[in-house]
Design a protein around this ligand. Sequence first.
Ligand code: ZN
Length: 178
Amino acid sequence: MLNWMNPKLEVRACSGKGGHGVFARHPITEGERLAIFGGHIMRADEEPVFLANKQDFALQIDEQFVIGAKYENELDDTDFLNHSCNPNAGFKGQIFLVAMRSIEKDEEITFDYAMVLHETVGVEACEMDCLCGNSNCRGRITDNDWKIPELQRRYRGYFQWYLQEKINMILGRTDGDR
Ligand SMILES: [Zn+2]
């Protein structure tokens, strides 16, 4: 196992979204740790794609680097966490996923890809349709979404560390206030 997942969570089949998601088996309290991501440190331009639909799974931790499975047999439960435009989970640091609010039993655990994605020189831009179904759905997810001021406010303190630092610079805050 490359990753740790809170035992209150489990992978379940669900419609759309690649066919699987991570769901709460028990209620979760705000701030509770949901997952710790591990794996191989790889340059973003070396990130492998898996499964028939050529999905990539690794977690971006820097403009140039990702962490995750290098081989398909290393895919883990945490690799089935899905995006939502109205997520209930966010990042602390680079590899910790925590609950941004209390989560009820049977809710799907989601984060917003805007919290992790940044364009990488030499790597094809990431762009995908979103089918999350929330009233605030952006419809299209790109690796420039972290630049959206409304998201910078909403996810403050829950972006990947390298993105939060960039955002703090843009907003003129250097105190790392989280
Ligand atoms: Zn959406």
